[in-house]
Ligand binder design. Structure first.
Ligand SMILES: Nc1ncnc2c1ncn2[C@@H]1O[C@H](COP(=O)(O)OP(=O)(O)O)[C@@H](O)[C@H]1O
Ligand SMILES: [Mg+2]
Length: 342
């Protein structure tokens, strides 16, 4: 039996289903990231786990104990939301102490736990500051520390970093991962950002239109997407349908393919080295032209046109190669191993 078990959880508002028959588990000490497009039901699912929304069907158990009918306070669940919701008239330490005081924890223990938690999130120098004097990243660290100091059985995080700018967001993301390793808390985090999901998740649950389309390790979900929807949401894959592949590549598949942009191998540029003729062997070849490019840093993403098929191709950005000019003709090859039937 897993530490957290969600079984057949469904919720409707009036006539509209928000999510249906949701099943997944989280092991103790694991960070499960729930990722999906805006409006797919992530927040409502998290609120149902917290007890803030009544599910119509299904059950939730933590550590072998069913909590489906318990009020929010009795569930031992901590929550961190996008909005920090700190107590504005209390300083950092007081924000952290409040919940422990409510639980009638002895004063000396409160002082010890709060001091340790303030140090863990690196806010010693700001311990006496009130929220208005803190940056967005610091406020979110306080919100996280305030939830963690209560040692919840399960921590729920709802897009906790989406209000922060890109750089702070990446720093806080790494910090959250470190904290999770150090403290070993169990968490379900919601995000709509696939990179955040891949970096933070021990397990990823991809949610689309109120259903979980795939649950698995980041490696699995990224490398072996279960459907075209997962492939296009998580991996930014090229999705090719049989009829198009038959026309453009020298191959006759029966099912659709998902191919990661990085899987393309450029075998030659005709304008640079004349005609390139490589036997197709086990790979599949096609002629394409460069329609556009995006500089992504470590890679350059080219948008290619191969007959009527639009393809994305990622090429390592090496200083020794200049970028390909728009209109450059090239021949691309796919290794059979990079092609996933979906
Ligand atoms: N209290 C509510 N009453 C009616 N509809 C709701 C309520 N809460 C959420 N919804 C609907 O449920 C769907 C999922 O919302 P939400 O869980 O917030 O999605 P996400 O967090 O993935 O963006 C949306 O269509 C939203 O309008
Ligand atoms: Mg939401």
């Amino acid at each position: 039996m897993s530490y957290v078990e969600i079984r057949g959880l469904s919720k409707r508002f009036d006539d509209a289903s928000v999510f249906e028959k949701i099943d997944f588990e989280v092991e103790r000490g694991e960070m499960c990231v729930l990722v999906g497009p805006s409006g797919c039901g992530k927040t409502t699912l998290l609120r149902a786990i917290a007890g803030l929304v009544d599910p119509d069907e299904g059950r939730i158990a933590i550590d072998g104990r069913e909590i489906t009918a318990l009020p929010p306070k009795a569930r031992g669940i901590g929550m961190v939301m996008q909005q920090y919701a700190l107590f504005p008239n209390m300083n950092v330490e007081q924000n952290l102490s409040f919940g422990l005081e409510q639980q009638k924890v002895p004063a000396a223990e409160i002082r010890r736990r709060v001091a340790a938690m303030v140090a863990l999130v690196g806010l010693e120098a700001r311990a006496k500051a009130r929220p208005h004097a803190l940056s967005g990243g610091q406020k979110q660290r306080v919100a996280l520390a305030r939830a963690l100091v209560l040692e919840p059985k399960l921590l729920l995080l709802d897009e906790p970093m989406s209000a922060l700018d890109a750089q702070i967001r990446k720093r806080l993301r790494d910090e959250l991962k470190r904290l999770q390793r150090e403290i070993g808390f169990t968490a379900i985090m919601v995000t709509h950002d696939q990179e955040e999901a891949l970096v933070l998740g021990d397990r990823i649950a991809v949610m689309q239109a109120g259903r979980l389309s795939q649950v698995g390790s980041p490696h699995k979900v990224y490398g072996a997407p279960a459907s075209a929807e997962v492939a296009s949401f998580i991996g930014d894959f090229n999705i090719l349908v049989p009829a198009a592949i038959e026309r453009v590549f020298h191959h006759r598949p029966e099912r659709s393919w998902a191919i990661h942009p990085g899987a393309f191998e450029v075998v030659g540029f005709r304008h640079l080295n004349g005609s390139v003729s490589l036997a197709p062997e086990r790979g599949f070849e096609a002629d394409a032209t460069v329609a556009g490019m995006q500089m992504l840093g470590p890679v350059i993403r080219y948008h290619l046109q191969a007959d009527t098929i639009a393809l994305k191709m990622d090429v390592l950005n090496k200083p020794s190669h200049g970028p390909l000019a728009p209109g450059s003709p090239l021949r691309i090859r796919l290794a059979a191993a990079d092609v996933r039937e979906i």
